[in-house]
Structures are given as C-alpha cells and as structure tokens.
Design a binder for this molecule. Structure first.
Ligand code: GMT
Length: 376
C-alpha cells in the first residue's frame, strides 16, 4: 500500500532537517507520495521527484501581530494540504512547535489524519528544562499517534524530564551510502595546501555552545605538538568568533581552516583521518555517522546518544566531556598507529552499514506508519 505523507521540519542545514529530507526522498523512492510542508525548500532536496511536492508556509507580518505567527500559519497550511491531498500521515520533526501545529491541524480536517512525531534532541534536552514550554512539549508527545526518538538516551531523558507515558520508539538516524562513502578527493588536499604527510582532523557543527568547539581547538593544540596536522572546521554559528579568537591566541592560524557551511561534506570527510565531536549534549550526532560511512574513525564525548553511535576502542574513542588530556592522547594514538587507524576505519564503515543503513531505518519508519494507520 502506498501512502500520502506530509513532512514538516526546519528546512535548514541541521541534522533534523537533513534526516527529514532524506527520509522524504527515500519514501518517494519506495513509491509513497511525499508532501513537504516547510518555510523553504529543504536544502538537500536537489533532484526532481515526480511524487515529491513542496508546500511553502508563508509567515506574514501584519501590524496586528506583535510577533510573526509561524505556528499558526504552519497549522493552517498543514490542514489545507492534508484536506486537499488526503494525507494519511503527518510526520513532524520536533515536538515543539511542529507536533503542536500538527495536533491543531488534525482538528481542522474531517478525515483521520495520523501524527508521527520524531524527537531530535534540542526540543527535549534544552527546551524540556524550560517550565514555560515543558507542559506543551509533553502535550505534543502524548497527543501524537506515534512518537520516535533518534536514540535510547533521548527516550530516557524525555521520560525523566517530562514524565511522559507515551511509548517512544527508538529509530536511529541513517546514512545514504550512495552519497556518503570515501571518495577520491586527493586534489582537494592540494587546493587547501595540505601536505601529503599531514594528518587531517575534522569537526562539523553549528558552533552552538553545547558543541564545545573550544575543546576541539584546545585538543588540536595538544595534538599538533606531536603530530603534523591540519584542522578543518565546517559550519557556522554563535561561537564562531570566539573560536576564531582562540585559534589566533594559540597561534594556530596556519593549521586551522575555517570552511564555513559546506554542501559536500563527504568530500571533506574523504580527506580526513579523524573526526572530533566533543559536545556536552548530543542526542545522536549525525556527523559522526557521516564520518564513519566515509571510513573516518571518530572521537566523541560520553554525552547523550553518542555512545550509541561510537563503539569505544573499536570505531573510535569515547572520552569524558572536557577531558582535553584524554582526548588529545587518544587522537595522537590513532593518528600515529597506522594499523589501529586502518582497523578502526574498517570497523566504522562496517558499523555504519550494519546498524544505520537507509534501508533498515526507512523500513522501520514505514512499519510505524502502517501500524499507526491500523491502530484505532
Ligand atoms: O545539533 C544541533 O544543534 C542541530 C540539531 C537539529 O535540530 O538538527 O541536531 C539534533 O538532531 C540531529 C538529527 O537527529 C542529531 O544528530 C543531533 O545530535 C541533535 N543535536 C543535539 O542533540 C544537540
């Protein structure tokens, strides 16, 4: 049976937007009809698919409103599209505000529209602590027809923080191996003036405080005392200028490359020897998985869902948050022991394919849709 599925996410560069868009594309490849209901065309939606439709949510600023009513415009658009297209499912990414908008839209349509909500992290681990929002997040979860979360740790945190009773199903993030694999990008090394003998460390994030990018810089400063290496920083965000200042202060300017937001991250991963993600909160860490699929071992912190992605001492290393000494020691070990590096690169790829492949995860989402439609 083919379904009509509406998808709402933030259509920007974040991991939740990437997962929602890739999911829509893969569902369309399986013959379902997919309707993106978002404020902009999802940035990963490059190709034309005859069964993918995009419905723009326009948020108008009228003088009667003190603030632009995104949530109301979205709910209205969801209801309009669901009615006209006879959607079976609205799959929303983020409990707040998207699940709330979907619940409102559901009440505006005449047929039995089902709501599937995926929790990605920030809605729980940051907003869940905010008493002015927590009741609303709980409501969004309880009133969804099905709820998924991207790691077991996120489920535990949601239940602990919000005292939810709803069964939350773990569905890990996934990787499309057709795009994420180790490519031959040797010329990129030359373009960025990276010597043949130099090791490359990469960090990808939105430079928010939770990512602890300064820890990446402090660790790199230690690593580069022992290993001739370059650090690639991909992404942009609030901590960017603090990080630039730190790099200058530590006199690492000619070893650290600030690359800003990049579309073709797999190319940069393909020239990297190590990825570091040293966050204090991270429900999954999609970039770790992207690195593993490109045969890049990873060092991550013992935070959130990261230990569900990295197998310590097998696909990389897990270290305590802020433990610069351990992080840099592990990195040096990995970068100077060729055999260990090779073993971890192979294990990383194997794990990405075995546990996080697109086919397995898309089937899990499909099962959830069908079960939800048949429960009543
Ligand atoms: O990492 C971010 O700040 C972006 C955020 C998002 O909304 O895209 O990422 C969250 O969702 C990703 C996809 O499920 C996860 O891989 C990230 O770990 C998660 N971020 C946090 O939990 C901080």
């Amino acid at each position: 049976m083919k379904l009509k599925i509406g998808i709402t996410c933030y259509p920007t560069v974040g991991g939740s937007g990437v997962i929602a868009t890739e999911l829509g594309k893969l569902l369309a490849e399986r013959g379902h009809e997919v309707h993106f209901i978002t404020t902009g065309v999802p940035f990963r939606l490059e190709k034309v698919y005859s069964n993918i439709f995009y419905h723009e949510v326009e948020v108008n600023q009228y003088s009667v409103f003190q603030y632009p009513p995104y949530d109301l415009s979205l709910a209205n658009k969801m209801a309009e599209v669901a009615k006209r297209e006879k959607l079976d499912i609205l799959h929303v990414h983020y409990a707040i505000p998207h699940a709330i908008c979907a619940i409102l839209a559901k009440q505006m349509v005449d047929h039995d529209l089902k709501i599937v909500t995926t929790l990605h992290g920030t809605d729980i681990t940051v907003l869940g602590y905010d008493q002015s929002l927590s009741e609303m997040i709980r409501f969004g979860i309880e009133k969804s027809d099905a709820v998924t979360a991207v790691s077991n740790n996120l489920i535990e945190q949601t239940e602990r923080l919000l005292h939810t009773e709803k069964k939350i199903i773990p569905v890990y993030n996934f990787i499309d191996q057709r795009h994420y694999y180790k490519k031959d990008c040797r010329s990129l090394r030359q373009e960025y003036k990276i010597g043949d003998h130099q090791k490359v460390i990469i960090h990808v994030s939105n430079f928010r405080q939770v990512k602890r990018v300064p820890d990446v810089i402090y660790s790199f400063a230690e690593i580069s005392k022992n290993v001739d290496a370059k650090l690639l920083l991909i992404g942009d965000g609030p901590e960017y200028s603090t990080v630039c200042r730190l790099v200058k202060e530590l006199q690492l300017e000619n070893k650290v490359l600030f690359l800003g937001n990049q579309k073709h991250v797999a190319h940069f991963l393909s020239i990297s020897d190590l990825m570091m993600l040293l966050s204090e909160k991270e429900s999954f860490g999609l970039v770790l998985l992207e690195a593993m699929a490109c045969e890049v071992p990873v060092i991550g912190t013992n935070a959130g869902g990261i230990p569900e992605v990295i197998v310590d001492e097998k696909t990389g290393f897990l270290c305590d948050i802020g433990d610069i000494e351990a992080i840099s020691a592990r990195a040096v070990e990995l970068l100077t022991d060729e055999e260990l590096h090779k073993k971890m690169a192979i294990e990383s790829l194997k794990r990405a394919n075995e546990f996080f492949s697109k086919d397995t995860i898309i089937s899990q989402y499909e099962d959830i849709y069908f079960t939800t439609l048949h429960d009543n």
